[in-house]
Write a protein that binds this ligand. Structure first.
Ligand code: ADE
Length: 235
């Protein structure tokens, strides 16, 4: 069973609409919908915004549904100048840009529980989702690192700091936490995001204007990837 987690309802709505045989359970305050997309068994939930909500939801889903893989879908702010609004990013690794133990001797972003800064995503699942997105959507599909933190990034200073420290393609607020929970449970995971804004001073307005369309792109690619999911992709 594939676990699907989105921070906000508009990011999950289309995925839920494509599920068949749906049943609902409520766990740790989350509505978890179980069903199928195509032949693929899935569990899907809206976790709410931010790393704590995302981590709690991922753990609740892992413990209550027995998911074997987890995918985080939604929107993100672009940090790399090559990215444009509505483009897709499929993560190679995730990290937490606001995790900072540097005063006690760790490099910024180092998470002792993960033994490093970057948490690797599952290669087969990530490649399959990226390939599906590239075949289906008329936008660019990028592969690289995604940075998470409990901040909506909207200034050049924030962008410059995160880029200098970690060189990620984009930023959001959940993927790194879901990655940490999955890694600590020994479960493979990945993150697909579509760009809603440039993480700059226009980001709040751009986020408002483009979240629906960006969420649609991310969900569309993920739905198609799950509708045709070769078994070997999950190995
Ligand atoms: N999700 C979408 N845009 C974002 C931004 N600019 N900062 C953090 N998370 C986001």
């Amino acid at each position: 069973m594939i676990g699907i987690i989105a921070a906000m309802e508009p990011e999950l709505a289309e995925i839920r609409a494509h599920m068949t045989g749906v049943s609902l359970s409520r766990v740790s305050g989350f509505d978890i919908f179980r069903g199928r997309i195509g032949e693929t068994p899935v569990a899907a939930a809206v976790c709410g915004i931010g790393k704590v909500a995302a981590a709690l939801c991922a753990e609740a889903m892992i413990l209550s549904c027995g998911v074997t893989h987890v995918v985080n879908t939604g929107v993100a702010g672009a940090l790399d100048a090559r990215l444009h609004v509505l483009d897709i990013v499929v993560a190679e690794q995730v990290l937490q840009h606001d995790f900072d133990l540097s005063p006690i001797g760790f490099v910024p972003g180092h998470i002792p529980a993960c033994d490093g800064i970057r948490i690797p995503c599952h290669r087969g699942l990530s490649d399959h989702i990226a390939k599906t997105a590239a075949e289906l959507l008329c936008v660019s599909v990028h592969r690289g690192d995604i940075a998470s933190g409990d901040q909506f990034i909207h200034t050049e200073e924030q962008k410059a700091r995160i880029t200098a420290d970690f060189s990620p393609l984009c930023c959001e607020m959940e993927g790194g936490a879901i990655g940490q929970v999955c890694a600590m449970n020994g479960l493979p995971f990945t993150v697909i995001r579509a760009i809603s804004d440039g993480a700059d001073d226009g980001a709040p307005m751009s986020f408002e204007a483009f979240t629906e369309a960006a969420a649609h792109n991310s969900a569309t690619a993920l739905i198609a990837a799950l509708q045709a999911l070769p078994a070997e992709v999950l190995l």
